[in-house]
Design a protein around this ligand. Sequence first.
Ligand SMILES: Nc1ccn([C@@H]2O[C@H](COP(=O)(O)OP(=O)(O)OP(=O)(O)O)[C@@H](O)[C@H]2O)c(=O)n1
Ligand SMILES: C[C@](O)(CO)[C@H](O)COP(=O)(O)O
Length: 399
Amino acid sequence: MSVWTIILAAGQGSRLAQAGLDTKKQFLHHEGAPLYWKSVRTLASVPAIKGFVFVFPPEELDACTKDVESLSSTDDLSMPCLCVAGGARRQDSVFSGLQALPKACSKVLVHDSARPFASAKLAQALISALEHGAEAAIPGLPVTDTIKVIDQDDTVTQTLNRSELRAVQTPQAFDTAALIRAHLACEKKQLSVTDDASMIEATGGTVRIVPGEAGNIKITTPEDLSMLNAQAPQTMLPCVGWGYDVHRYGAGRPFRLGGIPVDTDIEVIAHSDGDVLLHALADALLGCLGLGDIGKHFPDTDAKFEGIESSILVNEVLQEVEKKALTITHVDLTVIAQRPKLASYRERIQKNVANLLRIDKSHVNFKATTEEKLGFTGAKKGIKAVACVSAMYPANQQA
Ligand SMILES: Nc1ccn([C@@H]2O[C@H](COP(=O)(O)OP(=O)(O)OP(=O)(O)O)[C@@H](O)[C@H]2O)c(=O)n1
Ligand SMILES: C[C@](O)(CO)[C@H](O)COP(=O)(O)O
């Protein structure tokens, strides 16, 4: 059985926008990734699931497609991820997703990215429920409030028998062909619905209920946002990484420090661009991550790093920082050189490193010193740099 999952992330989040939230809820940052990715991390562990189709707002499709590629490679997700543009209504977005499914996909889960806490066990139970011949299986919880029907004047017209009621959630599981048929039929009848199971019901199919999960809430209002933090209590622990690098002076690369070109006739011998400060910084970041050193990640025997800008190397290390949800808190950088004089570059280097690390410049300290004409720096044969990075990492993860 080939099961794919459609992750719906094309909504406008208008109820939260009205409450002043600038970012659409599916793109809120959560556990080091956009919220929509949380469900992928959960559902990818279900053996029957073979791929994902993401539905994004059309205006954000290109940027989101790149993000999905990068998240998928960071998480080593070994299954296909397709991205398509959604429509005005939820059901239009689902239909876009259905059209992107491969022919081999016999069953499909449709899931709101706004429900980030659905479990893999729930998805598995839904898939199993389909095996007994139903066109759809959906999670539902008994309602605990008494539900009244009202008219336009807010007058109660009926009290429903709550033992017959279920509050339904996503993911909802479907026989793919049946769901496509139901969508086409509802489109013809111009039927607007709030979930996909309603379409199966409207076209005479069978929808089974499996027990839903109390924690599987849909982030809809500002009150729900507090659940994001409540669900992920983050105890952060401190760590420190230290980096050191040396470059010899001689005919080679133009002098750069902290990503800034330095106006001097001194050149640096190097395989990369020879930015000794960014190399020390990259080593210190790798130190925090427990991932060795830049020699291991970017060997100077590899032609692809020849002449490479060191900020590119730092950016690659920063992807690891992101992956481990490390928060960089402070950076202290020291350059040791007899020449050139560097005092006038202090602010530019500080600002550039802060931009590179996406932290405030008040947390980047840059200083330069000499070794009183001693040693190889004193003899003006080369330059060295040391970097110290302080960071915080989530306690539930190795630094
Ligand atoms: N045109 C739409 C509308 C909704 N959704 C998705 O459907 C899920 C459930 O919808 P809802 O919670 O209503 O999200 P929004 O439509 O974004 O929120 P709002 O109704 O407040 O605008 C969300 O994951 C949302 O991204 C979608 O993909 N395409
Ligand atoms: C599909 C759903 O999550 C089931 O509860 C719900 O109907 C979506 O409704 P919304 O108004 O699009 O949030």
